[in-house]
Design a protein around this ligand. Structure first.
Ligand SMILES: NC(=O)c1ccc[n+]([C@@H]2O[C@H](COP(=O)([O-])OP(=O)(O)OC[C@H]3O[C@@H](n4cnc5c(N)ncnc54)[C@H](OP(=O)(O)O)[C@@H]3O)[C@@H](O)[C@H]2O)c1
Length: 305
């Protein structure tokens, strides 16, 4: 009997598959029926192939061997203060690494979708930033990621960069986990009220990236949960969603915080992103408050266990 001809899902290769976003991407793609290969810097959960994106020959060999239709590039050196201390490594991973992935994707005939950051913007006015606003990073992380997104788009203008922000979710280190850990260990905390952005649940971001595969947009898109909030406001929402008293979180200023805990990298004061292009393509993420209320109770059960 003839088999019914179901359309074949494009094969996807994910870089950074063991990272915060990468893990959600791997399960989201598998659940949606995409043949998917996860690559990561080290062996581990979600990583099918070890791939150091800074090694052009290794990148070329792995990508030509896997022969993906789509490459989602989620690997990066994401330690913002680490980037400031080691600019050469930041540029190697976030700039050259992205260029290596883009070249290998182009040579394999694949479409590449790279993940970018709100830190390409200075945050000193002009937010919410749209896709066409001029970037002007104030940190090494931001400038290295900007070099990466420019390399990706210069390699093939049909490629896309989806900038996101304030990503949280999953097993690793992220802001809501830090808030609950500190509240558990110290019983209270001060959080800056003059740094504003667009919190983004990694599971929602993964689903939005997967939703873009069919449309294959080119150029820059912004993808964050809806709305914006200060770090202080987010910390209070996290406390509340965890069933704790939000008043355990008190506001402070960046100047006061840095006087006590100096950090090498500057953060944008307001890097809220406007998701104009994704919305026009029918891809929208729920408001950040809904994502926090949905995710944080699960996180709280883990942190307080
Ligand atoms: N986290 C945020 O708030 C945020 C905000 C805006 C944009 N983004 C962007 O979103 C994307 C995903 O970030 P994330 O939050 O999932 O970060 P993450 O948890 O740090 O994951 C990044 C992954 O990249 C891997 N990696 C680092 N160097 C590599 C190399 N040389 N070769 C191969 N893999 C390497 C890391 O592996 P190891 O850990 O094993 O080194 C890690 O698994 C990145 O492009 C990031 O710039 C993140």
């Amino acid at each position: 009997m003839a088999q019914s001809a179901l359309p074949r899902r494009p094969a996807v290769l994910v870089t950074g598959a063991g990272g915060q976003l990468g893990r959600y991407l791997m399960s989201c793609l598998a659940d949606a029926g995409y043949p998917v290969t996860g690559t990561g810097a080290h062996e581990g959960d979600s990583v099918d192939r070890v791939l150091d994106i800074t090694d052009p020959e290794q990148v070329s060999n792995v990508v030509s061997n896997v022969r993906p239709d789509v490459v989602i590039h989620a690997a990066a050196y994401t330690d913002v203060d680490g980037c400031e201390r080691d600019p050469a490594h930041a540029n190697l991973v976030n700039g050259d690494g992205a260029a290596n992935i883009a070249r290998a994707a182009r040579d394999a005939g694949a479409w590449a979708l790279a993940v970018g950051t709100d830190f390409v913007f200075p945050g000193d006015g002009g937010a919410p930033y749209g896709e066409d606003d001029a970037p002007a990073p104030i940190s090494v992380y931001g400038s290295s990621k900007l070099a990466g997104e420019r390399a990706v788009l210069a390699t093939d203008p049909s490629f896309a960069v989806a900038r996101t922000a304030w990503v949280f979710g999953g097993a690793g280190k992220h802001f809501p986990r830090t808030v609950l850990n500190v509240l558990k260990s110290r019983g209270g905390m001060e959080v800056v009220d003059d740094e504003t952005g667009s919190p983004t649940f990694a599971g929602d971001l993964a689903a939005a990236l997967v939703a873009l595969i069919d449309q294959r947009p080119s150029g820059i898109l912004h993808l964050t949960n809806g709305g914006h909030v200060s770090r202080f406001g987010l910390a209070r929402a996290v406390a509340e969603a965890a069933g704790l008293d939000p008043a355990l979180v008190q506001p402070t200023t960046t100047a006061d915080f840095l006087a006590r805990y100096p950090l090498p990298a500057k953060r944008p004061a307001n890097s809220t992103l406007a998701n104009n292009r994704a919305a026009a393509l029918g891809v929208t993420l729920r408001p950040w408050q809904d994502a926090v209320r949905d995710y944080v109770p699960r996180l709280a059960a883990e942190v307080t266990a």
